[in-house]
Design a protein around this ligand. Structure first.
Ligand SMILES: Cc1cc2nc3c(=O)[nH]c(=O)nc-3n(C[C@H](O)[C@H](O)[C@H](O)COP(=O)(O)OP(=O)(O)OC[C@H]3O[C@@H](n4cnc5c(N)ncnc54)[C@H](O)[C@@H]3O)c2cc1C
Length: 457
C-alpha cells in the first residue's frame, strides 16, 4: 500500500481540523490534512457563514420596510431568492478560495478522500496509507433528527433550508435553540409565518432565564409564534404541506417543517472503535488536554462533547497543535467560550448564568446588574431595545455577561476578556468606552455593578 508520512495527520478539514493544520505547520510540522468534501467544513459551507448571509438579507428587508421611520423613502418589493442565493454563494466561494490559498501557502498537504483510522498512527484513504507521529480526529457533525422522524420531502434540515429556492409562506420549526431561531428570524423577516416547537420551557433554553424570557417577548412582538414545553409527536406530509402533531394533541400546518434538534457526531464506521478509542454515544472522549485514551491520538471540534461552535473548534485545533509541540497551552473551559445566537434580536453570553453562579457561589455571595439598552444612545439610534446583565461574585470578579439586542454579538469580545481574565468591576470602571457606541452599554453595566452608575439609577 503506498504510504505518505507526516509529523501530523488531521482527519477532517473543518474549523477544528484546518485550524490544527495551520498552527502545526507554523510550528514547523509537516501536515497531511484529509478531507472528503470541501476544506472549511460545516461552518464555511453550510453553517456559520451562509446563515449569516441570509440573516443580513433579512435585516436589509426589515430596514427597507421600516425606512420611513428614518426619513428614507423606499418600498419593500419582496425577496428575490435567486439573488439571495448568489450573494450567499459568492461569499462562501470567496472565503473558500481564501482558505484553500492559505492552506497551500502554509505548505500543508491536502489529501482528498474519505479517511478511516486503521492504527494509532495511520489513516487509510482509498489505497493510500497516511501515517503521522500524531493523529487528530476532526470529523465534525451532522444534523440530527428524532427517533421515527424521517427527513425528506417537506421535512428538512438546516442544510436543505439553506438551499430552498423559494420563500415559504408558513414554516414549522422543530427546536428553539440557535439554529431553529436563526432560520425562524430569517423567514419571518422575509415575510413567512413561523411557528417554533420547543420541548423545553424556553426558547434559547441554554441562556440565562431572564434573557430567554426577553427573547420570547421580542419574537412574540415580531409575530413569531411558538409552543413551549410540549413535545413533538408526529408529522404527515403531502403535495400541499405538512401537518405537525404535538403530544398535547395540537396540530400545526405549514409548507415545510425544519428539524433543528441538534447535531450528532460524525464518527460511525471510521475505525475509531476498532483502534480502541474510547467513545460515548458516538462522541470521542478526551481528557481536558484533548488527548484520547490512545497515545498520540487527539480529537477536536464537534465530535468532542460540549459546545458545538466553530470558534471552539479553532481554539481546540490551535491548542492540540501547540500541545503536540510541547508548548503547554492553557485550557479554556467551555463555560468561558463566548456564545452568540444570531437573529433579530441577537443574544450573546459568556460565563455563568445567574442561576449557575448562585448554585456555585451561593445566592447571597453574588450580585447581578441589568443595564437596559434604553439608556444607550447608539441602541436608540439603530432602533433596538434589550439589556446587558452582568453577574459578579461579591468582592470578586465578573463571572458572567448576558446580552440581548440588535448587534450585541459584536460586544461579546470584550465580555469574554473580562470573564476569562477574571476582571473586577472596580478595575474596569475607570476604563473608557467610546460614546456613542453600543459597547458603551457594557461600560455602563461595569460602572453600575462597581457601585457608580452613570446613565442609570
Ligand atoms: C446552520 C448552522 C449554523 C451555524 N452557525 C454557527 C455560528 O454562527 N457560529 C459558530 O461558532 N458555529 C456555528 N455552527 C457550528 C459550526 O459550524 C460547527 O461547530 C463547526 O463547523 C465544527 O467544526 P468541526 O471541525 O468540528 O466539524 P466540521 O466543520 O463539520 O468539519 C468536519 C469535516 O470533516 C470532514 N470529514 C468527515 N468525515 C471524514 C472522513 N471520513 N474523511 C475525510 N473527511 C471527513 C467533513 O467533510 C468536514 O469537512 C453552525 C452550524 C450550523 C449547522
Amino acid at each position: 500500500m503506498p504510504e505518505q508520512n507526516f509529523d501530523l495527520v488531521v482527519l477532517g478539514g473543518g474549523s477544528g481540523g484546518y485550524a490544527a493544520a495551520l498552527r502545526a505547520s507554523q510550528l514547523g510540522m509537516t501536515v497531511g490534512l484529509i478531507e472528503k468534501s470541501k476544506l472549511g467544513g460545516t461552518c464555511l459551507h453550510v453553517g456559520c457563514i451562509p446563515t449569516k448571509a441570509l440573516l443580513h438579507s433579512a435585516e436589509v428587508a426589515d430596514v427597507t420596510r421600516e425606512s420611513a421611520k428614518y426619513g428614507v423613502t423606499s418600498t419593500f418589493g419582496g425577496i428575490e431568492i435567486g439573488a439571495v442565493t448568489k450573494y450567499r454563494e459568492d461569499i462562501v466561494a470567496s472565503k473558500y478560495k481564501g482558505l484553500q490559498g492559505l492552506i497551500k501557502a502554509r505548505g500543508i498537504t491536502v489529501i482528498e478522500g474519505a479517511g478511516r483510522l486503521v492504527s494509532p498512527t495511520s489513516v487509510q484513504v482509498g489505497d493510500d496509507l497516511i501515517t503521522g507521529k500524531n493523529v487528530i480526529l476532526a470529523t465534525g457533525s451532522y444534523s440530527r433528527s428524532l427517533p421515527g422522524l424521517e427527513i425528506g420531502g417537506r421535512v428538512i434540515t438546516s442544510e436543505h433550508a439553506l438551499e430552498l429556492n423559494f420563500v415559504p409562506k408558513k414554516v414549522a420549526v422543530l427546536g428553539g435553540g440557535v439554529i431553529g431561531v436563526e432560520f425562524s428570524s430569517v423567514w419571518k423577516s422575509w415575510g413567512a409565518d413561523v411557528h417554533i416547537i420547543e420541548a423545553l420551557p424556553h426558547l434559547v433554553p441554554n441562556e440565562d432565564e431572564a434573557i430567554s424570557k426577553q427573547f420570547e417577548r421580542a419574537f412574540r412582538k415580531r409575530g413569531i409564534e411558538f409552543t413551549l414545553g410540549v413535545r413533538f409527536q408526529s408529522v404527515t406530509q403531502n403535495d400541499q404541506g405538512v401537518v405537525v402533531t404535538l403530544e398535547n394533541g395540537a396540530t400545526i400546518e405549514a409548507d415545510i417543517l425544519l428539524v433543528a434538534v441538534g447535531r450528532g457526531p460524525v464518527t460511525a464506521n471510521l475505525g475509531y472503535e476498532e483502534v480502541g478509542v474510547t467513545m460515548d454515544r458516538g462522541y470521542v472522549l478526551t481528557n481536558e488536554r484533548l488527548a484520547t485514551n490512545i497515545p498520540g491520538v487527539f480529537a477536536v471540534g464537534d465530535i468532542v462533547p460540549g459546545l458545538q461552535l466553530a470558534h471552539r473548534g479553532f481554539q481546540q485545533g490551535i491548542f492540540v497543535a501547540e500541545e503536540i509541540a510541547g508548548l503547554n497551552p492553557i485550557v479554556v473551559d467551555d463555560l468561558n467560550i463566548p456564545k452568540v445566537t444570531y437573529s433579530d434580536p441577537e443574544v450573546a453570553s459568556v460565563g455563568l448564568t445567574e442561576a449557575k453562579a448562585a448554585a456555585e457561589h451561593g445566592a447571597e455571595n453574588i450580585t447581578t446588574y441589568d443595564y437596559s439598552l434604553a439608556g444607550n444612545g447608539k441602541s436608540h439610534i439603530i432602533g433596538t431595545t434589550g439589556s446587558i446583565k452582568v453577574v459578579r461574585v461579591n468582592d470578586g470578579p465578573i463571572v458572567g455577561v448576558h446580552m440581548i439586542g440588535a448587534r450585541v454579538g459584536e460586544l461579546i469580545g470584550e465580555a469574554q476578556l473580562v470573564v476569562n481574565w477574571e476582571a473586577y468591576p472596580e478595575d474596569l470602571a475607570p476604563l473608557i468606552h467610546a460614546h456613542p457606541t453600543q459597547n458603551e452599554a457594557l461600560g455602563e453595566a461595569f460602572l453600575a455593578i462597581a457601585g457608580k452608575p452613570l446613565h442609570a439609577i
